[in-house]
Design a protein around this ligand. Sequence first.
Ligand code: FAD
Length: 531
Amino acid sequence: MATKLLLTFAICRLIVTVGLTLDPTELLLLGVDAQLSVDPTDVKAASLDFGLLIGAQPPLAVMHPASSQDVAQLVKAAYGSNFGFTVSARGHGHSINGQAQTANGVVVQMSGSKGVSGMASGRKPPHPRVWPQERFVDVWGGELWIDVLRSTLQHGLAPKSWTDYLYLSVGGTLSNAGISGQAFNHGPQISNVHELDVVTGKGELLTCSEEQNSEMFHAVLGGLGQFGIITRARISLEPAPQRVRWIRVLYSHFSIFTSDQEYLISLHEQPASQKFDYVEGFVIVDEGLINNWRSSFFSPHNPVKISSLDPNGGVLYCLEIAKNYHESTASTVDQEVESLLKKLNFIPASVFTTDLPYVDFLDRVHKAELKLRSKGLWEVPHPWLNLFVPKSKIADFDKGVFKGILGNKTSGPILIYPVNKNKWDHRSSAVTPDEDVFYLVALLRSALDNGEETHSLEYLTNQNRQILRFCDEAGITVKQYLPHYTTHQEWVDHFGNKWDRFYRLKMEFDPRHILASGQQIFTPTNMASWR
Ligand code: FAD
């Protein structure tokens, strides 16, 4: 009853706000069982994201679904109504540029519904279901990766491919790619999915996989939420390692650093004993919490001052590698690590090693989050820029950006690591450079209002523009990861030869452009002109 009242209230507000002459009975007949909330706290939360860059975009209402059917009912209503409204799935809202927001519609809050106190009916999304024999897990689209991990570990299993941070939703990362240091070996997270349940922009609930509705399956993976809302994902698992040997080594020469990284990822076809399980890296321009928040590594236990390794105070590069192991194989791990390290050319005195449980390794960034939160440095604007840079141009990028534009100030960690393109399925919607190896360069900056110009949002935003302009002028054909564009032509250029298919499938699966309008790829159809 309370649910129905809330729903009625929300619908009335939809009608009033949009100014539509919508027949209220039409919406009242939705039969949406989930809670549709206009509670100011819910609406405010759904209007913000991790980026904190754009002004709040309050939705008209927020839905807390408990099932795929709830989502389907809502989207079907949006699709079928004469005037309509947009629907945006929101995972954990860790986008930068409002991608999960919608001003004139309903945000479907996929993550966190299990903890919503107002779920009067007590209905909640399903918990992960592990299939130990088949080695996969079925998870709700809003499930956070940390909870996927906790569930699968109960069966001694774990997903193969990760993001650095686990408080992201399955639907959110699969809509992009989901990459971390395992990607060179297992591909991005979108390469490790067997099956999906998806609610299309027409409100149909489809199951898709390689065999069934395969065009939909590939389109949704990396599809920026444009074709459907993922309500269930079947994710591939492997036996979970117990511990991780986590190593960092330093370089002062970029070309030596990248050739070692490229060598390590070239070992992807080798047996497990002859390769690392994780290869990443980062640029060290200056020290300090905000610059190295991902790193709990160099301080306070580590007595070595980084500046002592490079007396010229230049840019240093840190290779970050890890080897997973089971306690039963602990006796061989030293040897395996040793023989791999021997092939590398880092600064001899710069090996930093630690050993920790697998979960602690995967969940490492959360520790940094807590540290930043305690200092009030987490909920600040994040003008992040994530780029895929082709291998052939990475040295030009180093010269022009790390040693040039950044001018010794980073305002956040800068990740840099290569991946193998053959681990990406070219049929997915994800866009990558046209070379066998390309680098992720992630400038994870935080803007601070501390009076220093170089920390300001305006300065960092301008610098991002400068970096993109530099790449353009220098012929460095980068592709944005977690892309953000505002014009049609930029999107067409971004997708390149994938655009025609992307557009065709959008017209097929979401012809009214109801879904994920916060990506700003398609404008919602003028509702009146639709019929
Ligand atoms: P949201 O921001 O809620 O949504 C993102 C987009 O996906 C929106 O367009 C939304 O409409 C759509 N969407 C959400 N759920 C669904 C669904 N169920 N079905 C269809 N579409 C949906 N990325 C990496 O690849 N590797 C990393 O290591 C990494 N580390 C990160 C660390 C931090 C601290 C942060 C803030 C982000 C990081 N990211 C990383 C980026 C992250 O993968 C993306 O921002 C991702 O979109 C966040 O997931 P979310 O659940 O918060 O998505």
